[in-house]
Design a protein around this ligand. Structure first.
Ligand code: MG
Ligand code: ZN
Length: 216
């Protein structure tokens, strides 16, 4: 019985996600669902991507957090449209929350929409939002065992960004083993090594993103 209820919730979510996707497509908006554990660097990556692409692409951001609007305030300084969702305890965004958020966004002025999910490596993987790509950030301080511990998240990702690569000399992280583990779970995921501090890999990441946008 419990399983049936869960299935109903997920299929209702799926329907709203499809409606979101339809709306985004009709407005020419390419949406990216950004997922990671807390502190892996989702907001920093969005900020760096805005800096790199601002002159080429019109960007908007939906910030998902359990509470606060700290990240939205940071993003707002870049002068892009931003809407904060406070989930009030929920540990993931769902399609309905995103539907409400996009109805408050000037979609006609947005070509690339970042949806920063709640920091969590578990259930965000199960709730599709209507996005075009799912991006997973995994950072060096978290350790190289994450693909084994959270395989669903890695399985769903279109790209895996290994962030804080500048910390590699100081921490025990086997990048070869990590990359192999990711490929074992998801042969299609693109892997980037990036740092929002040194800007390593930011150009490769943004080029990939632009390519995906043009093929939408
Ligand atoms: Mg954040
Ligand atoms: Zn959750």
């Amino acid at each position: 019985m419990k399983i049936k209820v869960l299935k109903d919730i997920l299929s209702a979510n799926e329907q709203i996600a499809q409606a979101n996707r339809h709306l985004l497509n009709s407005k020419g908006v390419f949406a990216v669902n950004l997922m990671s554990s807390p502190g892996a660097g989702k907001t920093s990556l969005i900020l760096e991507t805005i800096k790199a692409l601002k002159s080429k692409v019109k960007i908007g951001v939906i910030e998902g957090d359990v509470s606060s609007s700290l990240d939205a305030a940071l993003i707002g300084k870049e002068d892009v449209p931003v809407v904060q969702i406070n989930t009030g305890g929920e540990c993931h965004l769902d399609a309905n929350m995103v539907s409400n958020a996009i109805s408050n966004m000037p979609l006609q002025d947005i070509e690339l929409l970042f949806i920063e999910n709640v920091g969590n490596l578990i259930c965000p993987a199960e709730f599709t939002l209507g996005e075009h790509k799912k991006i997973l950030i995994s950072s060096i301080p978290e350790g190289d065992d994450k693909p084994f511990k959270y395989p669903l998240m890695f399985n769903k990702a279109d790209a895996v960004l290994i962030n804080k690569i500048d910390l590699l000399p100081y921490l025990k992280f086997d990048i070869q083993a990590f990359s192999q583990a990711v490929k074992g779970i998801n042969g299609k995921a693109e892997i980037f090594q990036i740092s929002c501090v040194t800007k390593q890999g930011i150009q490769e990441w943004t080029s990939w993103l632009l390519t995906k946008m043009s093929r939408k």
